[in-house]
Ligand binder design. Sequence first.
Ligand SMILES: C[C@@H](N)C(=O)N[C@H](C)C(=O)O
Ligand SMILES: [Zn+2]
Length: 211
Amino acid sequence: MVLLSDSRIVATPSIECGEPLVDLREISALRVDGRYAAPQGDYAHLRAGVVDRLVLAQTLLPSEYKFLVIEGYRPMALQTHIFEQCVERMRLQSPDAEEAELRRLASRFVSPPEVAPHVAGAAVDLTLSTVDGVELWMGSKVNDTDTPACFTAAHDIGADARLRRDLMGQALNGAGLVNYPTEWWHWSYGDRYWAYSTGAAAARYGPFIHQ
Ligand SMILES: C[C@@H](N)C(=O)N[C@H](C)C(=O)O
Ligand SMILES: [Zn+2]
């Protein structure tokens, strides 16, 4: 598995295309959860090209399902904070590990800020709901990385959750997004991880400042 801290991701070129962020709360086809709501509404924004692909992906789901968007854009300061917090958690678990190894271990679950897809407005954490908005069980809670069930390919999660993950993956892959294999809920388009995974010559979206 290629991690976000891998030198191949860091070395992937990024040519910023300048596309704006779009507020998902103004896209009637998409449902946005408010658990990470903050005053500026950063969490509810994504690049226009990602939004288009998300809307397309939703049409590829069986009609009884809808996406429930949990978090999109994340400011650099927030990404840096949660990455450093994760490094400190790794230090508690592996007190003798070198700094570089702690950062590699942390990057299994939080991206190093310099390549972070959420900071580019390119990544979305999402799950499935019923058409009425009732969140469905996917084998673990969104953002619970303390269980092996967070890995997208996990098998001991029950048949319903496995089927839902597969359906979600088919729809999102079908619309051009790629998954981070340690987190079933994390999908991106246009960032460095996407460029590396798809063989694109460069990322389309680099770090972005939401005004
Ligand atoms: C922190 C978690 N929700 C997440 O988004 N992880 C990925 C790998 C990231 O930080 O980009
Ligand atoms: Zn994510």
